[in-house]
Design a protein around this ligand. Structure first.
Ligand SMILES: O=c1[nH]cnc2c1ncn2[C@@H]1O[C@H](CO)[C@@H](O)[C@H]1O
Ligand SMILES: [Zn+2]
Length: 389
């Protein structure tokens, strides 16, 4: 009699299923509030507010429109699509709804910790003050956390206040971020078209935040290369880099596979500067040619502090799980790799160290351990099944 046991391999060495990826605890550091609305919500809000310029009135078609319009290969064109989302985010009720749904959607997708950014200065068209904008969004996040909990999910959301790099309100927004520190806002960012708008134009804001011992990240090295990353780090003092993909331009891989890092790439790796990488967004704006060609593959191998992010879930039709799926398909990542990205992200969050550590030890690692242990129990079940046959 031959008994054949299925040699199930430990899950940490296997390609995870879609369902495992969704259940895996995920951490999101780079996601724009005005880039993550549900298409149906945009349609509702436009109707309620009498906004008539939406390119489509059907939610599905509108979702497709955003993805296609954002798929031009140019960051500037990509950013034009935000006119429609910002247009319907001008009242307290709308901001609160969008923020609550954001937290709910992320929790549903298995995100346990998220830092969501938006530019308060873009939500003043109907008379709200900067403070009212921040408070409405915070109310929404708290509401979304509550609803997620009711649905059996756990998520914690912090806000990052963004200043637009072409505008001149960075210091004012930095002061706002500082005022709402410990009140739901965990840091500051600058975003917008990169070429022609160097971060050094906003040095006063960064110097202010440093004096206040506050945290900030800067979109850099997305549409523009190494000088932008260098300025963000060495002139502005950014804690993290939004995207930072072009750091790859300072890394040489020889034909024999040996790797040489330039001074800036070495600095980024040595100082453990977190890279908020957003693969799908980068494909749409032309910062990478395909998932398989995305610099994250090499950066992960070289142990840069790489993290995986969504950037704009609406414009990219994505989620944290989808981003992980793309990387699993392109690079054969296992649960160990996904855990590595998630721990990296949690280490790089802007909340206090003890809270980050507790999130890693009490939520992220146990979550992955549970997924990795499943194969043991599945094997027991199939053995008893074969005996009965
Ligand atoms: O990938 C990006 N690069 C630069 N700016 C961006 C990106 N995604 C969104 N925004 C900009 O950030 C603002 C606040 O959320 C958005 O309105 C958009 O203009
Ligand atoms: Zn971004």
């Amino acid at each position: 009699m031959t008994s054949q046991t299925t040699a199930a391999s430990p899950a940490h060495s296997r390609v995870p299923s879609r369902e495992q990826i969704r259940r895996a605890p995920k951490v999101l550091l780079h996601d724009h509030l005005d880039g993550g609305l549900r298409p149906g919500t945009i349609v509702d809000l436009a109707r309620e507010q009498g906004y008539e310029n939406l390119p489509e009135s059907d939610a599905d078609k509108l979702g497709t429109w955003f993805r296609e319009a954002a798929d031009s290969g140019s960051l500037e064109r990509y950013l034009e699509t935000f006119a429609h989302t910002c247009a319907v985010m001008q009242t307290k009720e709308a901001l609160k709804r969008v923020a609550a749904e954001c937290a709910e959607d992320l929790a549903e997708d298995g995100v346990v910790y998220a830092e969501i950014r938006y530019a308060p200065e873009q939500h003043l068209e109907q008379g709200l003050t900067l403070e009212e904008v921040v408070e409405a969004v915070n109310d929404g996040f708290r509401e979304g956390e509550r609803r997620a909990k009711e649905n059996g999910h756990r998520i914690r959301v912090g806000a990052l206040l963004t200043a637009m790099r072409h505008a001149a309100r960075a210091l004012e927004i930095a002061e706002l971020a500082n005022r709402y520190r410990d009140l739901g806002v965990v840091g500051f960012d600058i975003a917008g078209a990169e070429a022609g708008h160097p971060p050094t134009r906003h040095l006063d804001a960064f110097e202010y935040l440093k004096r206040e011992n506050n945290h900030f990240t800067i979109h850099a090295g997305e549409a523009f290369g190494l000088p932008s990353i260098w300025q963000a780090l060495q002139w502005c003092g950014a804690d993290r880099l939004g995207h930072g993909v072009r750091i790859i331009d300072d890394i040489k891989v020889a034909a024999d596979g040996s790797v040489q890092l330039g001074r800036l790439a070495s600095y980024v790796r040595d100082k453990r500067i977190p890279l908020e990488m957003c693969p799908s967004s980068n494909l749409q704006t032309g910062a990478a040619a395909s998932y398989a060609d995305h610099p994250i593959g090499l950066l992960r191998k070289l142990h840069f502090r790489a993290t995986v992010n969504t950037d704009n879930r609406l414009m990219s039709g994505t989620s944290m799980s989808r981003e992980f799926e793309h990387l699993v398909d392109a690079f054969g990542y296992t649960l160990d790799d996904l855990q590595w990205f998630s721990v990296n992200a949690m280490k790089s969050a802007f909340i206090p160290f003890d809270e980050r550590l507790a999130m890693i030890n009490d939520v992220i690692k146990p979550g992955y351990a549970e997924l990795k242990a499943e194969w043991l129990f599945r094997q027991t079940a199939s053995t008893s099944g074969s005996v009965a046959e």
